[in-house]
Design a binder for this molecule. Sequence first.
Ligand SMILES: [Zn+2]
Length: 243
Amino acid sequence: MMKQGQLLDVWERTLRIAPSVRPIALLSLAFPETDADKLAKLSLGTRDAHLLRLRQTLFGDSITCLTGCPACSGELEFAVSVDDLLQQASEMVAGDHHIADSGYRVQFRTPDSTDLFVLSRFETNPNEYQEQIVSRCIIDIQGPNESVETKDLPKYLLDQLTEEMQRRDPLAMIWLDLGCPQCGHAWQSLFDIAEIIWIELDRWAQMLLHEVHLFARAYGWTERDVLQVSPARRAYYLGMIGA
Ligand SMILES: [Zn+2]
């Protein structure tokens, strides 16, 4: 079980950093000894698989999501299982990343967090976002006769490359198929596990700080005193305080 003080420290550090760096700060909860630069070089799918397991440890398997329908603005609530999402990771393909077709040979890598730091504005359009990512991840292109620039790569090969990257790192982008029960509209929504953990951690930390405030006022306890009492016992004390 993770120490509450450690969680609180990571929450405080994460408050001050840009959203694009948050996943790495949160991942430090699972890998406190690993350098942040090294964590940033993990493929997005590997990173998010670790974050999904972290979410299970911290808050359990089932994630309740609330979103708005883009067509009628109606509210949609649904539950996602971390285990179900992790099933997709088992299909990850290892080995040399290249595709060869029609005399072209494209060598590529799978996207990592450093790509997201650069593309700090996260695109909500899957195609647009994917194009930008793909061009960053191309390492080398050999055409039928000579080296080829990314911009000169035929469109069908770019599409093939996109598919291949997703196939090799399926958890990198998790798109959920959603349907509005009120108007019938169907759409895809990007599932962002780091953002979900951050919202939950922020809520948890604010509740804990509020408890510290109540115990300090009632019993003169310090923050350290409060963190040494288990959440279950604190709930009893809070009941006696009348909070
Ligand atoms: Zn709707």
